[in-house]
Design a protein around this ligand. Structure first.
Ligand code: NDP
Length: 318
């Protein structure tokens, strides 16, 4: 019987995960099909119930359902519980387990960005949505001592900080208002900058002006493209990487959870690049091929992601 894995989101038509996961099943000769289920919030519970059937290996869950699906799982992993968000479901008999593999994906992206340097301890996160939650939890787990979160709507950043109050009890996790002068002052003190906003999907837009970027920052943009922020940061002398590494590695972790097998990351990376080059756009808001083409020139290393420096910053974009 052909097994099924589905992506539940709204919308999902242009998901990059479809190409990436089907390529992984095909590369290992696994008789499984990755399906895209566009389900509005009102149909989510019914869709999740369907997954309890024998033919399903599990599912991915994406915008706007990652938080809403949490109470529908029978059990949560530590990452899903801590972030309050589920992006992957697996079956245990008729029970469903909720995972958050964005946390794994971010960890690989951070390790790739830092490279052989000592892991820094200070970071700034721009944004407070689902992606930012995985990032902040990853930074807490990595032993960061100070993380400052900026968000357009301050109350959302404050909510995020409150959510992690217990996990972050041993360190300083702060929400600050989105003012350029405050961001500039904090950037001067920090080592890592993560953009977890969707500003940058438009290739001409950056969340912060180029002039306030110090030269020695490590900059990660969760958007899978060579965004304006990454171009400005590379020009300023920063080390940069884009969202491909995180996207690829959250997918690789999910694949292993469904199949019990190591993910064929090279095949997945190739499928991801190919899909994006053909204009496929993820349900999570990665840019269209046209937008991506504006700033992307190369290919990240499969499995480990793109290693960025000022010289090959564009290559991280896939
Ligand atoms: P959400 O919709 O949950 O959050 C969006 C964030 O962007 C919020 O902080 C929002 O601020 C901010 N934002 C949006 N527009 C503006 C604007 N015009 N000015 C200022 N702030 C703005 O999305 P996600 O967290 O799920 O995703 C965020 C980005 O990260 C997306 O581009 C997505 O593609 C990417 N991502 C990539 C992943 C990967 O694997 N590479 C994984 C997850 C996400 P406010 O709260 O004030 O509205």
């Amino acid at each position: 019987m052909t097994k099924r894995v589905v992506l539940i989101g709204h919308p999902v038509a242009h998901s990059l995960s479809g190409a990436m996961q089907q390529a992984a099943f095909d590369a290992l000769g696994i008789d499984a099909r990755y399906e895209l289920w566009d389900r509005p919030p009102i149909e989510l519970a019914h869709a999740v119930e369907e997954l309890r059937g024998d033919d399903f290996l599990g599912a991915n869950v994406t915008i706007p359902h990652k938080e809403r699906v949490v109470p529908m799982a029978d059990r949560l992993t530590e990452e899903a519980h801590a972030t309050g968000a589920v992006n992957t479901l697996t079956s245990e008999g008729r029970k469903l387990v909720g995972h958050n593999t964005d946390v794994d994906g971010f960890k690989v992206a951070l390790d790739t960005l830092v490279g052989r340097q000592k892991m820094p301890r200070l970071a700034i996160v721009l944004g407070s949505g689902g992606g930012a939650r995985a990032v902040v939890y990853g930074l807490i787990r990595e032993g960061f001592q100070r993380v400052v979160v900026f968000n357009r709507h301050l109350h959302r950043a404050e909510g995020l900080v409150k959510h992690f109050a217990r996990s972050a009890a041993h360190m300083e996790l702060r929400a600050m208002p989105w003012h350029e002068s405050i961001i500039e002052a904090e950037l001067a003190k920090t080592k890592v900058l993560v953009n977890a906003t969707s500003i940058g999907l438009d290739p001409d837009e950056s969340p912060i002006p180029a002039e306030i970027l110090p030269p020695d920052l490590l900059v990660l943009d969760l958007i899978y493209a060579r965004t304006r922020l990454l171009r400005d940061a590379a020009a300023a002398g920063c080390t940069v990487d884009d969202g491909k590494t995180m996207l690829l590695n959250q997918g690789a972790s999910a694949f292993t959870l469904w199949t019990g097998q190591p993910a064929p990351v090279e095949a997945m990376a190739a499928a991801l690049s190919d899909a994006r080059d053909h204009g496929v756009r993820s349900a999570e808001g990665e840019p269209t091929g046209a937008a991506a083409e504006a700033g992307t020139t190369g290919e990240a290393s499969p499995g480990t992601g793109g290693t960025g420096d000022a010289g090959d910053a564009g290559d991280a974009g896939g």
